[in-house]
Design a protein around this ligand. Structure first.
Ligand SMILES: [Zn+2]
Length: 162
């Protein structure tokens, strides 16, 4: 299995049903693999896609079975799809997941928007930080650093916590 569930690149080829992308498009690809047409995809919850992980999908969330939708570069319990640390990546449901990147953005400005930055952002939200608190971040890997950036950025942009 190829690891890596956060990636971007240039579209080299599309399948016959792909209408939203064309060869040469620069895209960033979210790590959940989602069909775009099921109940959960239709309600803004692509991580719970009912169609991308048919063998291990289920509502009970068992340890080795009944997971949510598929993920790039994870294990067989999340669909067994190869990830992005490769020269080429096959992207299922390509009309739904990949996002085209405007030419005025650099790769470094957008790459982490697919996983690491939203995870740090969500951690700040789950922490219910209202403003004025002292925040300790344990484990300053990429998620911790991005969570810290969210806190500092919110304070810098507004002069106070938002
Ligand atoms: Zn779906």
């Amino acid at each position: 299995m190829v690891m890596g569930h956060e990636f971007m690149g240039i579209v080299e080829e599309t399948g016959p049903q792909v209408t939203e992308l064309k060869k040469g498009d620069r895209v960033v690809v979210p790590f959940p693999i989602a069909c775009g047409g099921c109940f959960f995809c239709g309600h803004g919850l692509p991580g719970h896609c009912e169609n991308s992980n048919p063998e291990k999908y289920g509502p009970e969330g068992g340890i080795l079975t009944e997971k949510g939708g598929a993920l790039f570069g994870y294990t067989d319990i999340y669909g067994g799809y190869d990830g992005g640390q490769a020269q080429y990546v096959r992207v299922p449901y390509a009309n739904f997941g990949p996002r085209k990147v405007r030419s005025d953005f650099t790769d470094e400005q957008v790459l982490f928007l697919t996983d690491i930055f939203p995870t740090g952002y969500t951690a700040v939200g789950w922490g219910e930080i209202k403003g004025g608190e002292t925040v300790a971040v344990f484990g300053c890997g990429p998620v911790g650093i991005d969570g810290t950036e969210v806190c500092v950025g919110a304070r810098s942009a507004t002069g106070h916590w938002t």
